[in-house]
Ligand binder design. Structure first.
Ligand code: PLP
Length: 629
């Protein structure tokens, strides 16, 4: 467990079984339900679904929705808080229809609603938030069409709340509502002085992109009053950033928000809701710290700080406890999906050496390097060996460029250099103090496991903002992993790699994996990809969306599961069409070329037909590497 910290970031959903396979427990309160990941892989293979595959555990999604809502309900009761909790799920975090449908369904006993941040999302939530009791919160920048759609929601008796992000939106909303004769529900987003901590701290502070200043909020409230619409102002909203790493920021934001609410209330604006936005973090690296990929609090503490914090200020200010709204997306979705990929090769800097036996008239740099490779067994000054070897290698390259060292000699110098480094790495384990320069050796000598996926499609944040996501082998975890590696993807981009890993000592640039066994597939899982990663990826190198399987557990057989749905990933035709190509015309063009060769007698007709079919089948096929024939 410790090696990959599975029990730390797994949040009770993932653990390593006795047989060394990863197990999934989709309902942490019922440990009897346990799915062996290896059986999931076998079922995927049996169904003929090609890897890489996104595996969605819908039960985990449901568990998280229930957990958040139940935690709020329990805390509201404990605190004797007089308002209630009515959360909304911000669909931008994962807009996949099946995800949204599952969340709406699992959330219906709690009147859990949806949040939209754009017109396309508004059109979606309008159709999918079917529970009339729940809220629909509308954030993001808006135009007149947006306002009309929101008002249509109100006309249909739905609780659509338009959150004003900038002052001019208020004027537009008031005007449109008057034109249509529909009473709106209005929220105002406050630009908070508290800044979140972590990668998204720019969401708060004076330079925040969204929200109104205190002066603007007061003007907005007065403007509504002047227009006889004071009672339409119903919600105060704030959001100080996603993945809040430090609980202090949450406490400070709640206090600030509660005070603004209380003062507005005392000014005569009787708001019903306070929406604390998103920000509930995920412990991606299992450190439970304020590192960017973790958080120093639990969901219980987060909820307690909101409920008790709000109550305290409201009681002091003598105002009613508002209904609490939160917009957690990451916490709801992160755990439910993962990417399963196979390792399709190993890249090593020193994998293939050449014969280094002395040759006549060889260059002295080569001779020096060979002597060093012998001396290392007797010599104790490892730093000196390291320095000399590095220098000879560098000089060898310069000498090659000056044409005094031949290509063959350079190959021998390189081979000897890596042999020395491998010996050095072993000997370093014997000493206590390792100089900084040599600490890099583990990384330099590590392998790169080539994995059948695209970082840009499946783990965009690891590339864009150095987000850490846990990666582990899905089987063989009862065997000691002996190969230190980093992972590279199949895009033609050197940024297409993962080199930050969750390891037993924290974040590391290499991770121990198992030696590849020829003829045996080795599967890795990239976890906690359900929030943002699932939907933010791009088509770099025309690798499109992945095949997906949606897994449900059976109630009556705790170790069984079924694949409820398979969503086909992008075919080559699909991605080409998005780029404005016409795959049909392309197939014809290639066929014409093949036919031309056939008519000139350069290809026999049967072969011509085979090649034409082959090209067409490839167009229809999956964009990722095919690992079976
Ligand atoms: N609400 C708003 C306004 C947001 O901008 C975001 C994301 O940044 C969220 C909710 C979701 O936040 P999280 O995924 O941290 O829960």
């Amino acid at each position: 467990e410790n090696l990959y910290r599975v029990n730390r970031w797994g949040a009770g959903y993932f653990e390593i079984g006795q047989n060394g396979n990863l197990n999934i427990t989709p309902d942490p309160s019922n440990k009897d339900i346990r799915i062996d990941f290896k059986t999931v892989i076998e079922e995927i293979k049996e169904e003929g679904i090609q890897f890489p595959v996104v595996v969605r555990f819908h039960d985990i999604l449901r568990s998280q929705v229930a957990l958040l809502n139940e935690t709020f309900r329990k805390t509201v009761k404990e605190a004797d808080y007089k308002g209630q909790y009515m959360g909304v799920y911000p669909i931008k975090v994962n807009q996949m229809r099946e995800v949204v449908e599952e969340i709406v369904d699992a959330g219906s006993p709690f009147n859990y609603g949806l949040e939209a941040g754009s017109k396309a999302e508004l059109l979606t939530v309008m159709a999918y938030n079917t529970n009339e009791e729940s809220l629909t919160v509308l954030n993001g920048y808006k135009d007149k069409e947006f306002m009309r759609l929101a008002l249509l929601g109100n006309k249909l008796g739905r609780k659509f709340i338009v959150v004003i992000e900038k002052y001019s939106e208020l004027l537009l909303l008031v005007k449109t509502s008057k034109e249509l004769g529909i009473t709106p529900m209005i929220g105002v987003r406050s630009k908070m002085t508290v800044k979140g901590r972590g990668k998204w701290e720019g969401s708060g502070g004076d330079r925040a992109k969204f929200g109104l200043t205190i002066a603007e909020i007061i003007s907005a409230a007065r403007y509504l009053k002047e227009n006889g619409m004071a009672e339409c102002l119903t919600l105060l909203h704030f959001h100080i950033g996603s993945q809040l790493t430090d609980i202090r920021a949450v406490k400070e934001a709640i206090t600030e928000g509660a005070m603004i609410y209380a003062d507005l209330y005392n000014m005569g604006f009787k708001l019903n809701y306070v929406d604390v936005g998103g920000g509930l973090g995920i412990d991606y690296d299992g450190s439970k710290s304020t590192s960017d990929s973790s958080r120093n609090y639990s969901m219980d503490e987060y909820v307690a700080d909101i409920v008790f914090g709000m109550k305290q200020v409201c009681d002091l200010e003598n105002v009613p406890h508002p209904t609490l709204v939160s917009e957690s997306g990451r916490a709801i979705t992160a755990h439910h999906s993962c990417v399963v990929t196979q390792v399709v090769g190993e890249i090593k800097a020193y994998s293939m050496g050449i014969d280094t036996a002395p040759v006549d008239d060889e260059h002295f740099l080569l001779t020096n390097m060979r002597e060093l490779s012998i001396e290392i067994d007797k010599q104790n000054n490892l730093q000196e060996i390291f320095n000399d070897a590095s220098q000879f290698k560098e000089q060898g390259l310069t000498a090659f460029k000056l044409r005094v060292v031949s290509l063959e000699e350079l190959g021998m110098i390189e081979t000897l250099y890596w042999q020395i480094m491998v010996k050095l790495q072993k000997r370093l384990k014997e000493i206590d103090f390792v100089p900084d320069e040599m600490k890099e050796l583990d990384y330099d000598l590590s392998s790169q496991y080539l994995c059948n996926f695209s970082v840009f499609q499946s783990a965009a944040d690891t590339w864009a903002i150095d987000q850490v996501l846990p990666v582990i082998p899905l089987t063989r975890m009862d065997e000691k992993p002996t190969v230190n590696c980093s992972l590279v993807d199949i895009t033609c981009d050197s940024d297409g790699k993962l080199d930050q890993f969750v390891s037993e000592h924290g974040i590391a640039d290499i991770i121990p994996m198992h030696e590849l066994i020829p003829g045996e597939d080795y599967y890795l899982g990239l976890f906690l990809t359900g929030a943002y990663q699932d939907v933010m990826g791009d088509m770099h190198n025309l690798f499109g969306r992945l095949n997906e399987v949606h897994i449900f557990s059976y109630d009556d057989d705790p170790e069984d599961f079924y694949i409820e749905e398979v969503v086909k990933g992008s075919s080559v035709e699909d991605v080409l069409s998005i780029m404005q190509y016409n795959p049909g015309a392309m197939a014809q063009s290639v066929k014409r070329m093949i036919d031309g060769h056939v008519s000139k007698g350069q290809l026999n007709p049967r072969e011509g037909v085979k090649w034409t079919d082959f090209y067409e089948n490839c167009l229809k096929g999956y964009t990722y590497l095919k690992t079976t024939d």
